[in-house]
Design a protein around this ligand. Structure first.
Ligand code: BDR
Ligand code: CA
Length: 307
């Protein structure tokens, strides 16, 4: 199986991304690292541990950065609730986080398996930036670097910026400028993965996974103003799906730079599809095979539910 390391800020769609990875025989989770984002680090870490127990995951959870590189914290409690999982209430975690900091966990995991691990980030890019500064060779060791973040058309937190990038633009700039190829699964892609009523009807036979997690999670998440009309976008699961099966995605190579100075545009991922190829640093996802995506997700959720 392919190896995946997931850096996240759970987060309702982060929770579903973890379920997709755990329930997919194509990937092995080598670790889950947490970062402040949707809610503070205490909650994102606690949620990751609760989800680990609930799903029966074995991979360690390592706690990461409690705040962005430079800026004040930005959270998204309006989208994910004050504890980060909306209406979901899972039991207190039985397990504890790893003794290692997420930054060291990422470096050590990649060093131990050069060329094998898909480093997948679905929260603000603070841990990734810190890991790059501490050990630049991770750009050689990672098999690929896949993120949910950014967009080439419009933002969601404001007109210019997507949440994960806006929450730590300086961290994102470090990650995008690193000499590795980034796969950007941005809003243009993830808005094609909407949990409509028809999609959600596929989850009703999943027992506790549905009644204790998917339904209360999506009921809360789906009421957000930006989602009411078409159903909530399951952003973070798209990045994990890319690692499992890149054939579900069309991508275009481009130059992407993160705006860090703009008065109104900080956190924007300025995407130039017309840059000369030598300047390209990102494979930008443009089109999702949504039908196959939902089948992948439903099959994985069934595996999680059955265990
Ligand atoms: C991203 O922001 C977070 O709220 C979600 O978990 C996702 O990672 C979408 O903009
Ligand atoms: Ca997230």
């Amino acid at each position: 199986a392919k190896k995946i390391l997931i850096d996240c800020d759970p987060g309702i769609d982060d929770a579903l991304a973890l379920a997709l990875a755990h329930g997919s025989p194509e990937v092995d989770i080598v670790g889950v690292t947490t970062v402040a984002g949707n809610v503070g680090l205490e909650h994102t870490t606690d949620n990751a541990l609760r989800l680990r127990d609930f799903y029966g995951m074995e991979a360690p959870v390592a706690r990461g950065a409690a705040r962005p590189l430079v800026r004040e914290s930005l959270t998204a409690a309006d989208v994910h609730g004050n504890t980060g999982l909306g209406g979901v209430v899972l039991p207190e975690p039985k397990s504890k986080p790893s003794d290692r900091h997420a930054v060291d966990f990422i470096i050590d995991a990649l060093a131990a398996a050069p060329g094998e691990i898909s480093l997948t980030a679905v929260g603000p890019l603070t841990n990734i930036a810190l890991a790059l500064h501490k050990e630049p060779r991770i750009t050689e060791w990672a098999k690929e670097f896949v993120i949910m973040g950014g967009s080439y058309t419009r933002g969601n937190t404001n007109p210019a910026a997507e949440f994960n990038i806006l929450a730590d633009p300086e961290g994102a700039a470090v990650a995008f400028n690193a000499p590795w190829r980034t796969v950007m699964i941005g809003l243009d892609l993830t808005y094609q993965a909407r949990a409509t009523a028809a999609v959600r009807s596929r989850f009703t036979s999943l027992g506790r996974l549905d009644t204790e997690l998917i339904t209360p999670g999506l009921d809360f998440y789906g009421q957000h103003i930006s989602y009411r009309d078409e159903g909530p976008a399951i952003h973070d699961a798209c990045a994990v799906a890319y690692v499992i099966d890149p054939g579900l995605f069309q991508t275009r190579s481009a130059r992407v730079d993160v705006e860090t100075q703009g008065r109104f545009t900080s956190g924007m991922t300025v995407t130039d599809f017309n840059a000369t190829p030598d300047l390209h640093n990102v494979d930008v996802a443009t089109t999702l095979d949504a039908e196959r995506f939902w089948t992948l997700l439903t099959d994985a959720f069934r595996n999680v539910a059955d265990n």
